[in-house]
Ligand binder design. Structure first.
Ligand SMILES: Cc1cc2nc3c(=O)[nH]c(=O)nc-3n(C[C@H](O)[C@H](O)[C@H](O)COP(=O)(O)O)c2cc1C
Length: 361
């Protein structure tokens, strides 16, 4: 049994399931497991390398790319966040592109370059990435969490979109449009560009729905956190199976809208923003103005605060950590291996699609 789509064809992979990037965490072992299982493993934009020491993101990316290619012959990719607050972003794009170019095995296998959280044009404008794109089959996708952002991706010449609905874990768009509507909007306006649906997916029924809505595959974050292969702390994984879909909360900070598991930290962050007058004004405008008005000290303070919360979660402190998770936690019932997750989703998606076709006369 197999499900063939424009995404499996584009990358030459067996199954149209990707692991979503989850920086600042390291998702290297997870990427290998997903790729080995026939999906599309994705390395995160992280400052942690395989030996887990904290290094800069360029060193981490190179080490993680080398590690993956040593451990699998399958196809995989990587994420770079292009927000203007990611100070090393252009250098990271250049260095990553040159590193892939310099290794024939990476040139063959690292075919999925996913940017997010900032400009879709930053990677295609980069000279080193342009050279890589000319010489290899690498495809550039960008995360589109709103229709106007999908428009920008198409204008920037992206090869595909990761259409991410508001139910997803981590940073989300201010528009707060759920994946069901967002996928329809993007499909109506840009029917031909390949799409990976993301945010809220964890089951075969979800995948069947995504394919029916025009996507060629799905990407999952929370579902793969709760896998035996992910590098997340066991305390983080153990939050997922008992959690309900209503156990996440959305808050707004320097880095934009973010969905987290409800705990002391996220409830405190949310309480700080709910009463703010910014809530009453058009939110995108506020975000732009807010970012532009920040002093260097304020940015440094926010970065420090975020890093503390990331580190606490990384170490398994579920009370003081920023525990990024999506509403899909409400449909995840056990911690399984990445290959079991992929197999179950494929089988269930096939059943759901076959059942749906019986309605057609
Ligand atoms: C712990 C965590 C970290 C994340 N970090 C990133 C990131 O660095 N870059 C990015 O594009 N998306 C990031 N995301 C968003 C995911 O790529 C994806 O959109 C989200 O997990 C989808 O929702 P789901 O968790 O319901 O599958 C993160 C999500 C989580 C849960």
């Amino acid at each position: 049994m197999t499900i063939k789509t424009n995404i499996t064809e584009m990358f030459g992979i067996k199954y149209p399931i990707a692991s979503a990037p989850m920086g600042p965490y390291r998702t290297t072992e997870l990427a290998i497991a997903v790729t080995e299982a026939g999906g599309l493993g994705t390395l995160s934009h992280s400052e942690r390398s395989m030996d887990c020491e904290e290094v800069d993101s360029i060193v981490a990316m190179k080490k993680n790319l080398d590690y993956v290619v040593e451990h699998t012959d399958g196809i995989f990719g990587f994420n770079i966040r292009t927000s203007r607050l990611e100070l090393d972003c252009d250098k990271l794009i250049s260095e990553t592109s040159k590193h892939i170019m310099g290794n024939p095995k990476l040139r063959e296998q690292c075919l999925y370059a996913l940017t997010s959280a900032g400009s879709a044009a930053r990677m295609p404008k980069n000279k080193d990435f342009q050279k890589l794109r000319e010489k290899t089959q690498i495809k550039h996708f960008h995360v589109a969490p709103a229709l106007w952002l999908a428009d920008k991706c198409v204008a920037a010449g992206c090869d595909g979109l990761v259409v991410t609905g508001f139910e997803g874990g981590g940073h989300q768009a201010y528009e707060k449009v759920q994946g069901l509507v967002l996928l329809q909007q993007v499909q109506q306006k840009h029917p031909d560009i390949p799409k990976i649906a993301c945010g809220g997916f964890a089951t075969g029924a979800g995948m069947a729905a995504a394919l029916a809505l025009g996507a060629g595959g799905i990407a999952m974050g929370s579902r793969f956190i709760a896998s035996k292969d992910s590098e997340f702390h066991s305390n983080y994984k153990n939050v997922v199976p008992p959690a309900k879909a209503s156990d996440t909360i959305v808050t707004t900070g320097t880095f934009g809208t973010i969905r987290l598991w409800k705990n002391k930290v996220s409830l405190y962050w949310a309480s700080r923003v709910v009463k703010s007058k910014e809530e009453k004004i058009a939110q995108e405008k506020v975000y732009q103005e807010h970012q532009a008005s920040l002093t260097k000290e304020e940015i440094a303070e926010e970065l420090r605060r975020k890093k503390d919360a990331d580190l606490a979660a990384y170490r398994g402190d579920m009370e003081n950590g920023g525990v990024l998770l999506g509403q899909s936690i409400g449909v995840i019932n056990q911690i399984s291996s990445a290959s079991d997750i992929i197999e179950t989703i494929l089988n269930d998606a096939e059943k759901a699609l076959k059942k749906a076709i019986t309605f057609v006369e």
